[in-house]
Design a protein around this ligand. Structure first.
Ligand SMILES: Nc1ncnc2c1ncn2[C@@H]1O[C@H](COP(=O)(O)OP(=O)(O)OP(=O)(O)O)[C@@H](O)[C@H]1O
Length: 277
């Protein structure tokens, strides 16, 4: 439906292993926005992505993806799960990794079989076009195990994009990349978001590489969430209210944000004050 938000959480709660991870989560992501999901280890960031995918049901409240129940329409979503790097012995070529995104029961819209044709020409063209989009043509024919971490990540983003999803859900795509690659992969994701109009929701441990690009952040902690533009959410006042404990936010000369005093998610997540920016 036109003008339907890409993602809408309304008083949503999620439980994993019988325990509530977060509750009272409210936010709306408009189509074409770039949104980071932040918070300490165990705060429930991956769980939040899984509720959008329909892999974890909400225990109360609602989640809608382009106006529909999560999981009802996989064709709109490209998903990049958390991963470990491919070892140097992995021989599959980058281009085949991307091609795999077109096969089987994947996220995103499958190519119609008549378009694939006997020689898979449409698929080959789609793969090539996606490799160009992520700037991975030069190393796409190399075994992926011989690609750098940043190159591997570009190929996996291409795999998530090859079916041209409307929503890209990325679980820590910058993890284990060096600072240079974090910057270039962040710029790539922002480029795809803007040039292709793709909505991006991505989990990040460090907000700094993506800070200039973000429309919104969803900051999880203490069993709840605050959401809004980064300059409203990543502040001592908002994070102190979220955690019910003093949190400082420092900005260095380069404009990088450092959050100090943020507790790791406790074993039991008390449902503290439900703060929504
Ligand atoms: N299958 C499971 N069974 C029981 N508990 C689980 C399961 N999966 C996750 N959890 C718990 O749910 C909580 C939220 O996990 P989740 O992976 O969503 O957090 P996260 O914020 O993404 O963490 P990290 O930053 O470490 O990746 C954690 O306390 C975790 O231990």
């Amino acid at each position: 439906m036109k003008n339907e938000p890409a993602v809408r959480f309304r008083s949503a709660a999620a439980a994993v292993g019988g325990r509530t991870v977060w509750a009272g989560v409210d936010f709306t992501v408009d189509a074409g926005q770039f949104v980071a999901v932040l918070g300490p280890n165990g705060a429930g960031k991956s769980t939040l992505l899984k509720t959008i995918l329909g892999l974890v049901p909400v225990s109360s409240g609602t989640v809608a993806v382009f106006g529909r129940k999560p999981g009802q329409d996989r064709s709109t979503i490209g998903y990049l799960p958390q991963r470990h790097a491919f070892g140097s012995s992995v021989r599959i070529r980058g281009t085949d990794i991307v091609r795999l995104g077109l096969d089987g029961e994947r996220w995103g819209t499958p190519l119609p079989s008549w378009l694939l044709g006997r020689k898979g020409r449409a698929a080959t063209a789609r793969v090539r076009e996606t490799l160009r989009l992520v700037g991975a043509e030069d190393y796409a024919n190399r075994p992926i195990g011989q690609c750098s971490g940043g190159e591997q990540q570009r190929l996996l983003i291409a795999q998530a994009l090859v079916r041209r999803p409307k929503l890209l859900v990325l679980d820590e795509p910058l993890d284990s990349l060096d600072v240079t690659n974090q910057r270039s992969v962040s710029a790539l994701i922002q480029g795809v978001c803007r040039s292709e109009g793709v909505t991006v929701l991505m989990v990040a441990h460090d907000v700094n590489p993506i800070l200039p690009y973000l429309d919104q952040v969803v900051y999880l902690g203490h069993g709840s969430a605050i959401t809004g533009p980064p300059e409203q959410v990543i502040t001592p006042e908002a994070l102190t209210a979220l955690y019910s404990t003093p949190v400082d936010v420092l900005r260095d000369r380069a404009g990088r944000l450092v959050v100090i005093g943020q507790p790791d998610a406790p074993p039991e997540h008390p449902h503290g004050p439900q703060v929504h920016a």
